[in-house]
Write a protein that binds this ligand. Structure first.
Ligand code: F6R
Length: 609
């Protein structure tokens, strides 16, 4: 998704801005640009494609200047091309923007009626025009930005410079993150801490409706009412090492292999021999959880799949009703909220626009409380939740989520255990679940050893156009996650079905060209699943079966293959069986030569609706 970097310094800022944009590349984008003020001139360079393409244009014709703004754009209004790339300029102003302005069409029409000529199809350019007009009429840049954002509907994080005020950058946020990097004699703005970590680890997270003005020596923030406010300075724990790719070919591969460590970190000091330790969800968390009579879990994409696994777990072990819904649906419908319901938001980034909006919407729907399961401590979702349980996956750079998912399952495993224990789960069963959860890192480690065999399996899929994924019970969401991984990075059309649904429609698709990937761990539903696989086999479909231990698969893969592994127990098997799904998608994508870490059309943190 779009990224912002801005700087005011004594040194030339263009190289800093470009380095910041490179650190944001993982978010996904399709064009990039920078604008720098130099003695009343605005130098600007923009290009479609990667930051390095824009950088070569800059290097061919470099410019000095200590005040600048920069952007990576993920197209929403208007195709990805140079004209639509940010920064946008109008009169004395250059501006970069993340988010979507919903009332831009009427603003644009008004400006056009007044004679303004637009050079792009974007919603952003109207802001540059409005701010420039106001500066021309005598307002300071900050006053002009403040007046302009008051008339906007939608979501924005912006950084603006004016040739009339060299040495100043003004930023504002509403519905999209923006933070300040505090340096010594230089200050920065960024859309996430990753963009700034090369220049400072001192970060101020802006609140909704804040406007900020930075100069070399000062940072001044203004709250919703326009009055100066103080915001705390945080020391970011990010390091530049965390985003190195090391010996791995792609970030996604590195992140798949980091899972044993990431899951162990997520469980560390949170679970002991007698179960979940006190108040890991925050002060008063255990008391609140004891009152819960049901849960609504809201998330998007991969995080939604984690929520679906938790539904099976919590309903089985804690006997509490759970609804799981994608945030984009939930936020616009009148969900019924029974008394005593806990709202749970799951989000790797904590900035996903739909999830955040759903959480805000939940405030007026009478929930018992809100719990965030998230990977970014300073994110909006975490800051706005009553209770929080951080996943400790570390930065996830690959656009396709991997370690974020398994750490979410570890966190949801802790939540399940706590809810179940409070509701009197039998002691022996509780101890078994706790010990399975503690084994999750080592079982994932073992599953990673399957990589060589999975590379061979990947060959079966590289020339296919479609694939079906099947699972039953708690493994159905794992099949959904497998299908999502395959489609997003290899561009093979993949769908997941609850295996029992096959004969109600999708079986019509099965022939010798349709590979069927089945997740088949031991458990009460294994025999049922085997019958479903016979239905595929009888129609000549090619089966790739991931099976637990030596469980007989009755020659189910006479065309295709059976890969045997150890799920580590019924409770944690969804996390363990996810690993071969990730590796399969990864290796198919590598063999097909796609851009694994930045698949086409996708963005990492989806901060627009
Ligand atoms: C898929 C993927 C996305 C995200 C989704 C939610 O691999 O990464 O489906 O899971 O955009 O993002 P978060 O978890 O940041 O809210």
């Amino acid at each position: 998704m779009c990224g912002i970097v801005a700087a005011v310094a004594q040194r030339d800022v263009a190289p800093l801005l470009i380095a910041g944009l490179k650190a944001l590349e993982y978010r996904g984008y399709d064009s990039a640009g920078i604008a720098v003020l130099d003695h009343g001139d605005v130098h600007r360079v923009r290009a479609k494609g990667k930051v390095r393409e824009m950088e070569s244009l800059y290097l061919a014709n470099p410019f000095p200047g200590g005040t600048g703004i920069a952007h990576t754009r993920w197209a929403t209004h208007g195709v990805p091309n140079e004209a639509n790339a940010h920064p946008h300029t109008a009169g004395n102003v250059a501006l970069v923007h993340n988010g979507i302005i919903e009332n831009y069409a009427s603003l644009r029409a008004e400006l056009q009626a007044g004679g303004h000529v637009f050079t792009s199809e974007t919603d952003t350019e109207v802001m540059a025009a409005l701010i420039s007009e106001r500066v021309e009429s005598g307002m300071s840049l900050r006053e002009a930005v403040t007046a302009t954002v008051r008339g906007l509907e939608g979501a924005y994080a912006i950084a603006v410079v004016s040739s009339k005020e060299p040495g100043h950058v003004v930023g504002a946020r509403h519905g999209a993150p923006l933070l300040v990097g505090v340096g010594i004699g230089e200050h920065f703005l960024g859309s996430d801490a990753q963009a700034l970590i090369q220049v400072t680890n001192k970060i101020i997270y802006l609140e909704e409706h804040d406007v900020v003005e930075i100069t070399r020596d000062h940072v001044q923030i203004y709250g919703r009412d326009g009055k100066p406010v103080e915001r705390a300075v945080h020391e970011s724990e990010l390091s530049t090492d965390a985003v190195e790719r090391g010996e791995y070919r792609h970030y996604m591969q590195k992140e798949i292999f980091e899972q044993p460590r990431a899951v162990a970190d997520t469980l560390e000091a949170r679970i002991g021999p007698n179960g979940v330790l006190p108040n890991i969800f925050g002060v008063g968390g255990d008391e609140l959880l004891a009152k819960v009579k049901g849960l609504h879990i809201i998330a998007c994409g991969t995080s939604y799949h984690a929520g679906l696994v938790a539904k099976y777990w919590i309903e089985e072990y804690a006997r509490l009703p759970v609804n799981v819904e994608v945030a984009s649906e939930y936020r616009y419908r009148e969900a019924v909220v029974p008394e005593g319901t806990l709202f749970v938001a799951i989000s790797q980034s904590g900035e996903t626009a739909d999830t955040l909006a759903a959480m805000r919407e939940s405030r007026r729907r009478g929930y018992l409380g809100t719990l965030a399961i998230c990977n970014v401590p300073e994110s909006s979702v975490v800051r706005e939740a009553d209770l929080k349980l951080m996943t400790r996956a570390g930065p996830e750079i690959g656009v396709a989520s991997t370690k974020a998912f398994t750490t979410q399952l570890a966190a949801l495993g802790l939540l399940t255990l706590q809810l179940a224990h409070q509701r009197g789960l039998d002691g022996e069963r509780h101890a078994d679940l706790a010990s399975q959860l503690q084994r999750m890192p080592s079982m994932i480690e073992k599953a990673l050893e399957l990589e060589p065999q999975i590379i061979e399996l990947a060959e079966h899929l590289i020339h296919r156009q479609h694939a079906l994924f099947l699972g039953r019970g708690v493994q159905y969401p794992v099949a959904m996650e497998g299908a999502l991984k395959l489609k997003e990075i290899s561009y093979i059309h993949a769908e997941a079905y609850a295996a029992g649904e096959l004969k109600h429609g999708p079986l019509a698709l099965v022939d010798e060209d349709m590979p069927v990937i089945a997740v088949a761990p031991n458990g009460p539903l294994l025999d049922k699943l085997k019958s479903n696989l016979q239905e595929v086999r009888a129609r000549g479909g090619e089966l790739l079966v991931f099976a637990d231990g030596e469980a007989s698969m009755d020659g189910n893969a006479s065309r295709g293959a059976i890969l045997r592994m150890d799920g580590g127990g019924e409770f944690i098997a969804p996390a363990v069986f996810t690993v071969p799904m990730q590796l399969l998608a990864y290796h198919v994508a590598v063999l097909r030569g796609t851009d694994v870490d930045q698949p086409r059309n996708l963005a990492k943190s989806v901060t627009v609706e």
